[in-house]
Ligand binder design. Structure first.
Ligand code: NAI
Ligand code: COI
Ligand code: MG
Length: 405
């Protein structure tokens, strides 16, 4: 934990384990890098449901090629998760899947959920499996970068002058709050009416550990941190604000501000450039990052990394299983491809391979290829598979390599 508190992103690069081995420390990294044979990693793939298998298949190929070109061997194992696991095994997160994820160097998830399971009881919902996975891996910090790429400024729903240059990092608490709080359930009120209830609860230590990560992230960015809460109404938010404020004395170089979540939702579309790093709870982070995604052009563009104190990290696009376009080769795979780049950088410490992927995505967009969600006149409309093929071509190309160096 001490290392994570000190430099979360840097530490992430060293937080993964070799298969069956102990965590590598930074000073071991140089010798580890010298041995080509040692640079091999076990990756658990959890394609999930809907567009999940479509985007993960594409991202796996990109990950493999970028790794191979940088001398990194990636060994993949695919496990059931979500609705597909429910259908096959009766539970949304089979023990075998969690065990495999825990035992790997990093985990790449597509998305889970779909109409078929929407009316299942809580324990038999794909979404419950995802919450169990996050809790099981103890990945409490979810980093969701939302940056407007110059090539996609016209795909933003906001005016060009409002959208261009936006570069926000949402640090979302991921294993606490109302998605996990007890009591929860259904009951009956005094009038005999049916009720449904959930509990928003945070302990001081849960707030402190996510806030520390956020302060450190802000330190590596532009030094501004906005803590988003609802402290005018909710006790959990009152504690949140008190703890974040207290912690600020340890980070005098960071400009801390506080904002109520309703105002933050409005400010994000009014003047998103005012934000650098945002730290917030589980549910507000879920909602605000989807909102931020539209500033960048599409939810199909945003990757994420979910990290813990030790053990494998989880990488996933921020979007869901998009059942409305599933099976039609319409999904944008770039969020998952960019999640694969985050996996290489923060999960495995393989910076060059990560850069190769990011450069390839930039180049593919420069060449004008667009899936439907980011299409604008004058660009070339492609499906999920073709977008993957174009990225693969540029991963290998001289141009992508030149962009790295
Ligand atoms: N991490 C996960 O696995 C998540 C799962 N879900 C689940 O996904 C299912 C659908 O949820 P929704 O609320 O519809 O959210 P969603 O993110 O799946 O879709 C929202 C809208 O964005 C579009 N979209 C999403 N990803 C896209 C991509 N890569 N390319 C192009 N368009 C894309 C969809 O077509 C849809 O119109 C539900 O069962 C939900 O519980 C929702 C959010 C996260
Ligand atoms: C499907 C939910 C469990 C979570 C969600 O929407 C998200 O993490 O983005
Ligand atoms: Mg969400």
């Amino acid at each position: 934990m001490a290392a994570l508190q000190a430099t979360p992103l840097k530490t992430l690069a060293f937080s993964r384990r070799r298969a069956g081995g102990a965590a590598l420390r930074p000073h071991q990294m140089a010798s580890f890098r010298c041995s080509a044979a040692a640079r091999s990693y076990n990756i658990t793939l959890l394609p999930g449901d809907g567009i999940g298998p479509e985007v993960v298949a594409v991202a796996k190929d990109v990950l493999s090629l970028a790794g191979a070109l940088e001398g990194v061997e990636l060994r993949f194992q695919e496990k059931l998760m979500g609705g597909s696991a429910l259908d096959a095994t009766g539970v949304p997160l089979p023990d075998e899947t969690l065990a495999a994820a825990r035992d790997s160097d990093a985990v790449l998830l597509g998305a889970i959920g779909g109409y078929k399971w929407d009316n299942n009881e809580k324990n038999l919902k794909p979404e419950t499996g995802l919450l169990q996975l996050r809790a099981g891996l103890r990945v409490f910090a979810n980093l969701r970068p939302a940056a407007v790429l110059p090539q996609l400024v016209d795909a933003s729903t906001l005016k060009k002058e409002v959208a261009e240059g936006v570069d926000i990092m949402v640090v979302r608490e991921l294993t606490g709050g109302i998605y996990f709080g007890k009591p929860r359930g259904f009951g009956t009120n005094d009038n005999g009416e049916e009720t449904g209830f959930n509990t928003e609860v945070y302990s001081a230590s849960e707030i402190d550990r996510i806030a520390r990560v956020a302060f450190e992230v802000a330190r590596k960015r532009r030094g501004k941190l906005c803590s988003v809460d609802k402290a005018n109404v909710l006790e959990a938010s009152m504690l949140w604000r008190r703890r974040v404020t207290a912690l600020a004395s340890e980070f005098p170089d960071i400009e801390l501000s506080h904002m109520y979540v309703d105002n933050a939702a409005m400010q994000l579309v009014r003047n998103p450039k005012q934000f650098d790093t945002i730290v917030t709870n589980n549910i507000f982070g879920d909602i605000l990052s989807d909102e931020a995604s539209m500033i960048t052009g599409s939810i199909g563009m945003l990757p994420s990394a979910s990290v813990c104190e030790s053990g494998p990290s989880l990488f996933e696009p921020i979007h869901g299983s998009a059942p409305d376009i599933a099976g039609q080769d319409k999904a944008n795979p770039l969020a998952t491809i960019l999640s694969a780049a985050m996996l290489l950088r923060y999960g495995l410490g393989e910076e060059n391979a990560a850069k190769r992927i990011e450069a390839a995505v930039t180049e593919t967009l420069n060449q004008g290829f667009r899936t439907g969600d980011i299409y604008s006149p004058g660009t070339t409309l492609v499906g999920c598979k073709r977008m993957g093929e174009e990225v693969l071509k540029t991963v290998e190309s001289q141009k992508a390599v030149a962009a790295i160096n």
